[in-house]
Design a protein. Structure first.
Lengths: 233, 386
């Protein structure tokens, strides 16, 4: 089977990517010659020990960082070639992020946090509100829309974070340790939610985790070690 | 506008810090407003001075008098339309704190010379016909509750009546208004004839200064030279200058007002620059992670810069608007108290607009470096700092 055929249908294509960070005179090779594909509609878990390059890989796929070499293509677009401005616009259109520490704006209510990505669209205020209500309903938090993050539990804050991630109906949902700061029960609820988004709404999800319990919910798991995917990836 | 809620919420994040910064900006703009009003009071008349008017005073000092006979000689000088005179009366009404300007003038020529003084025709007629008649500006009439028909005793600090008293009585026959807001409507004017006949021997036949209307304003310098040349080597040599320069000369007795005001304001705004700049720098530093989130979800560098600048501008514009608004509200009250000393004490619209412009500029300058800092943030680095 040719390379083109093997890549056919892949939403995310990472081709021979390397990433080097510079610390003083020292070069740190975080990723080396890494290639992978993620088909549309897949729920993929990236596992590996601390410092293995999981978050760096996620950042490259999400356009938050650029590879030192190699290519990253999402939905047929080589995002490593985009200018900063175009990359920001691309992120707004195609990627939803879910962070370990929720990263909500403490000065905004849950609904205003969810609305943030919509501020970059041309939607009217009423349309934005409708989208926000839908997203909050999907994560089961309609009744907490007017609450500030400090009044929400960790699990609820993470659900607001997910609502913010999906409110623009992005091509790709990238989750960086989404259950890393939650207890088992709240973590399970978040994983249930991610699974439901994948199965019922067809969302393509890439989740970084070091928790085997979390990765078990994904359809496929890739293991990273010292910047390279281990066998079976 | 859709970003306003986000900007406003960020501004309210640290309420105490924002309030204190806002307070310091408000105080700075109140100071700006008051200094502008003082400057207006002292040198504002320069802008309103007639371009076709020259003022002739005694060469050594304005307190030295000039002969009344100079008027006819001035009228004959080429380029002069006509001349008329005024004299400093230096009177007070009832109490020394009720000081205001009163000058004896030649009524008909005075009104012709000063079209900025608006007097109803019947009151003008009454003034010309009444020897003891006086016209008073609207502000002073309102200040003392004077009406037409009142007899007003004014105690001169300079001029004595033959009976040794210094209390002169005038009949209020007219109340005038100013053509422009900047026209001083505090002085009182009365007939020179009544004054010259009434005063004791000292000073009789002499006047304080002359005002000359010239035929062609572009010839002002030449006419001024001719006037001074006319009285050269006489016992009373003259100094002739445009009315604007004359008014500026009065203010210059206190010092270079424009420089003093500029120096004080520079110091104040430099301090405010540091205070506000520090507030904004702290606000951005504390929010590094959140700015990273905004960038992650698609905000461009330009949008993040705009958010930071909008926040700093909102802070300074609120402070500026409140400070200038308070000044605008307070100055009329203060002006009432200073009516005699600084009759043109008010915050001009021009300075109000300059102040608002200054508040925006202050916001842009103080927000510049924090905005630059926000722009340079790398998303991946910023997210690690949540």
């Amino acid at each position: 089977m040719s390379e083109d055929q093997s890549n056919h249908g892949a939403l995310v294509q990472v081709g021979r990517v390397g990433k080097v960070f510079h610390r003083g005179s020292e070069d740190i090779h975080v990723l080396a010659d890494l290639s992978m594909q993620v088909p549309a509609g897949e729920f993929l878990a990236l596992m590996g020990p601390s410092g293995s390059g999981k978050t760096t890989l996620l950042n490259l796929i999400g356009g938050l960082d650029r590879p030192t070499n190699g290519t990253v293509s999402v939905a047929g677009e080589n995002i490593d070639q985009l200018s900063d401005r175009a990359l920001a616009a691309w992120r707004a259109r195609h990627v939803g992020f879910v962070f370990q520490l929720y990263n909500l704006m403490p000065v905004l209510t849950a609904e205003r946090n969810v609305e943030l990505p919509l501020l970059l669209t041309h939607l009217s205020r009423a349309e934005r509100q409708k989208h926000v209500e839908t997203a909050l309903a999907m994560v089961g938090l309609s009744h907490r829309a007017k609450h500030y993050p400090r009044t929400l539990s960790g699990g609820e804050q993470q659900r607001v974070g997910i609502a913010r991630g999906i409110v623009t109906d992005p091509t790709l949902l990238l989750c960086d340790e989404p259950t890393g700061d939650l207890d088992r029960k709240a973590g399970d609820e978040i994983l249930n939610l991610l699974q439901s988004l994948n199965r019922e709404h067809g969302k393509t999800i890439i989740m970084v985790t070091h928790d085997p319990h979390a990765s078990a919910r994904a359809a496929r798991t890739l293991h990273l070690d010292k910047g390279q995917l281990s066998a079976g990836a | 506008m859709k970003f306003f809620h986000l900007i406003w919420c960020n501004l309210r994040r640290k309420k105490l810090r924002t309030s204190l910064t806002l307070l310091s900006i408000i105080v700075a703009f109140i100071l700006f407003g008051f200094l502008s009003a003082i400057q207006q009071a002292l040198v504002g008349g320069v802008a309103l001075a007639g371009a076709d008017r020259l003022v002739v005073r005694e060469k050594v000092s304005i307190i030295n008098l000039l002969p009344v006979s100079y008027e006819a000689r001035m009228d004959r000088i080429p380029g002069v339309d006509f001349a008329t005179h005024q004299t400093w009366f230096g009177g007070i009404y009832q109490d020394p704190k009720n000081f205001f300007m009163q000058n004896p003038v030649e009524p008909e020529k005075f009104l012709k010379m000063h079209p900025e003084i608006i007097l109803p025709p019947d009151e003008e007629k009454a003034w010309l016909a009444t020897r003891t008649g006086a016209i008073v500006g609207r502000r002073t009439a309102e200040r003392f509750g004077w009406k037409i028909g009142d007899k007003v005793p004014i105690q001169s600090t300079i001029w004595t009546l033959p009976d040794g008293s210094r209390t002169w009585t005038f009949d209020i026959v007219g109340i005038y208004d100013g053509k422009d807001k900047g026209t001083d409507t505090t002085p009182m004017f009365f007939g020179y004839d009544y004054f010259d006949e009434g005063r004791q021997q000292w000073g009789k036949g002499q006047v304080g200064w002359y005002t000359i209307r010239i035929k062609d304003p572009s010839q002002a310098a030449e006419v001024a030279k001719r006037v001074d040349a006319e009285f050269e080597n006489s016992p009373h040599e003259t100094k002739t200058e445009p009315e604007g320069a004359f008014i500026q000369g009065w203010a210059a007795q206190i010092g270079n007002i424009v420089f003093i005001v500029a120096a004080i304001l520079s110091a104040v705004f430099f301090t405010i620059l540091l205070v506000t700049g520090n507030t904004m720098a702290q606000a951005v530093r504390e929010r590094t992670g959140e700015l990273g989130v905004l960038k992650a979800i698609g905000f461009t560098n330009a949008q993040v810069v705009a958010l930071v600048l909008a926040e700093s501008c909102l802070l300074t514009v609120i402070g500026g608007a409140v400070g200038l608004g308070l000044t605008r509200a307070i100055t009329p009250v203060v002006a009432q108290q200073l009516a005699g000393l600084l009759p043109l004490f008010f915050l001009p619209t021009r300075d109000l607009v300059i102040g608002l412009g200054l508040s925006i500029a202050l916001g842009l300058v103080t927000g510049f470096f924090p905005a630059l800092q926000a722009m340079r943030l790398r998303v991946a680095d910023a997210l690690r700092r949540m």
